[in-house]
Design a protein. Structure first.
Length: 616
């Protein structure tokens, strides 16, 4: 018992000491609550400073990373690859010109991959490159470029460009720095001015001439370069009132006014002489221009130099003018049309003219002339082959023509209504020549020509329309009662067909406004194009983009329905209003028109429905 008591007292003393210590630490106002322990809050200033230091540390890391990246990127020095093109500011077309494409690594790291493509004008022909292109279309794959290293591509070639003018040269570089996995580009360019050409041109001719007189013009073309030049063309820009009758050398193509030369040696000169006369419509100071240039691979003319001379053309004593269908210009006419001529003439001299004749020539390129002379009015003229002549035999006025006297010849030629393009011309030229045999008592033969006029014929496109209830084999196409009955619905089929064999056509359009008595059924079919109906305007339209002459014929059809009223009893019902057709002739570039009459329930082309069109 004494022992146990001693231990209890000792325990109480320890507990009392521990409690005192806890009160010193956690006591608040002398009271100790061991069931709830609170942590003292940290200072707000300390927390803010800790956060600020952390933020500054992160910003420092980002700044140092960006700096290190900038130091190693292509943009660190602006651009590591410096590129330029050195070219003369002015060049001569046709002469050899040289230029240099330079490149240099001004960055801090090597360039591991490098290539360049040149964009050169089509008028440029490369003669020499150092180094040579490694791929087609002026493309080079270049060697890697160390820091501070450079290189160049030397090129020499010929610009065959229009003068005066300018051309652009462009070099597109693609490169990859050694410390990058992506490619970068740089572009260098230069513009050169084409001031002149290696070709020189001289033109000479008379300062004055008279209408109808033979007039000679001479042109000299020269290669002023020290190298041979190839593929040249010399062409004349003539007034409409001048016609060439002969040339030395002959023109390159019959009917043309140009001369082609395969080549001219260094310093070589060629001379071209041509003879002709001014037609009756010429007067005043007229230019005679010549142009010289190159021909590219597509035979396109690239003008280099132009020169001209001027000639004062004085009217002859006999003046005449040819008008066709009210115009003195080239024109287009339809088949089965008429050409109405008006050939007026005047003696503008002071002496009487004797024995005058006019000859109208129709030139059809060796084919048959598309004129029906049996239905034409030659107005006193005499036909011989494709030439119609008027002289004093048919027109007494041409025996003697006093000063200031005038006269008119008015023939009318009929164009045939159909032709075979293999044998008959669809285009021809008309030329009139006047001849005076004597002036006063002096025998003198002078021939004066008119300006040639070209006549083109439009294609023979035709529109055919019909309405049917039965097809040609007797099978029904329509439905409902026949003859039609008041209050009941009958359907009919409308056929449209276009025939054509002379020229290709484009932009074809066939239109018709559906009458109020007919209803659209939307049952349609076409060989080509699109057939539509506009509910608002009630217009039926068939459009086709193109129609070749070899197709010969195309067609379309659609059904309409009629429900006659009592007022229609004893009469026909309208199925379709008049139809219009229009297209563009590809050869003449003129509009071709045709039309068809309205269609009714009479059905004149449907034998089985004949006499069954009147409403009952």
């Amino acid at each position: 018992m004494p022992v146990l008591f001693h231990r209890k007292r000792s325990y109480n003393r320890v507990s009392a000491g521990l409690e005192k210590s806890l009160k010193d630490i956690y006591g608040r106002d002398g009271n100790l609550n061991l069931n709830k322990i609170e942590r003292h809050r940290r200072s707000r200033l300390t927390a803010f400073l800790i956060r600020l230091v952390g933020l500054l540390f992160i910003l420092a890391l980002i700044s140092w990373g960006g700096f290190l990246w900038w130091q190693t990127s292509p943009a660190s020095s602006g651009q590591p690859l410096k590129t330029t093109i050195e070219a003369p500011t002015t060049i001569t077309s046709g002469a050899t010109s040289c230029f240099k494409v330079r490149y240099e690594n001004i960055g801090r790291v090597p360039i591991a991959a490098l290539s360049v493509s040149l964009n050169l004008p089509e008028t440029f022909t490369l003669k020499e490159a150092e180094p040579e292109a490694t791929e087609e279309n002026y493309h080079w794959i270049l060697s890697p470029l160390g820091t501070g290293s450079d290189g160049a591509i030397d090129l020499c070639g010929v610009f065959r460009s229009t003068t005066p003018g300018s051309e652009k040269i462009q070099a597109v570089f693609t490169y990859r720095p050694a410390n990058f996995s992506s490619d970068f580009q740089d572009i260098a360019g230069a513009t050169v001015t084409i001031e002149k050409s290696i070709l020189a041109l001289e033109v000479s001719g008379p300062t004055e001439t008279v209408v109808g007189d033979q007039t000679t013009y001479t042109t000299k073309i020269k290669n002023t370069d020290t190298e041979k030049v190839e593929n040249l063309r010399l062409r004349a820009v003539l007034p409409e009132s001048f016609a060439i009758t002969s040339a030395e050398p002959v023109v390159t193509e019959t009917g043309s006014a140009y001369w082609d030369f395969p080549a001219l040696e260094p310093g070589e000169e060629k001379t071209v002489t041509f003879i002709g006369s001014f037609t009756s419509s010429a007067s005043g100071l007229l230019p005679m221009a010549m142009e010289a240039g190159f021909l590219d691979a597509k035979k396109t003319f690239i003008e280099q130099v132009e020169n001209k001379t001027e000639t004062k053309v004085m009217g002859g004593d006999l003046a005449f003018n040819l008008i066709i269908n009210g115009s003195d210009k080239d024109q287009v006419v339809d088949l089965n049309n008429r050409l109405r001529f008006s050939l007026t003439y005047t003696n503008r001299g002071s002496e009487t003219m004797e024995d005058i004749s006019f000859a109208l020539t129709i030139e059809a390129g060796g084919k048959t002339v598309p004129i029906n002379f049996s239905t034409s009015d030659l107005a006193g003229g005499v036909k011989s082959g494709d030439i119609i002549t008027w002289n004093k035999t048919g027109i007494p006025n041409l025996t003697l023509l006093a000063p200031n006297a005038t006269g008119t010849i008015d023939p009318v030629l009929t164009v045939i209504d159909a032709l075979d393009p293999n044998t008959t011309a669809d285009s021809f030229t008309i030329l009139v020549k006047a001849t005076v045999s004597k002036v006063s008592d002096t025998a003198t033969t002078r021939t004066i020509s008119s300006t040639p006029l070209t006549i083109k014929l439009n294609s023979d496109a035709k529109l055919l329309t019909e309405a049917r209830y039965f097809d040609r084999d007797g099978a029904p196409l329509g439905t409902g009662p026949l003859p039609p009955k008041a209050g009941e619905t009958t359907t009919y089929r409308i056929f449209w067909a276009i025939s054509n064999s002379l020229h290709d056509l484009k932009n074809l359009s066939t239109t018709m406004n559906l009458p109020a008595s007919a209803a659209w059924t939307n049952n349609i079919q076409t060989d080509n194009g699109s057939l539509t109906f506009n509910e608002t305007t009630r217009q039926v339209t068939w459009t086709i983009n193109s129609f070749t002459k070899d197709t010969n014929s195309i067609s379309a059809w659609f059904d309409v329905a009629v429900t006659p009223s009592d007022e229609n009893i004893g009469s026909f019902v309208n199925l379709a209003n008049p139809t219009a057709f229009e297209a563009t002739d590809v050869f003449t570039n003129d509009l071709v028109h045709d039309s068809a009459d309205a269609l009714t329930t009479a059905l004149p082309n449907d034998d089985l429905a004949e006499g069954k069109g009147v409403v009952e």
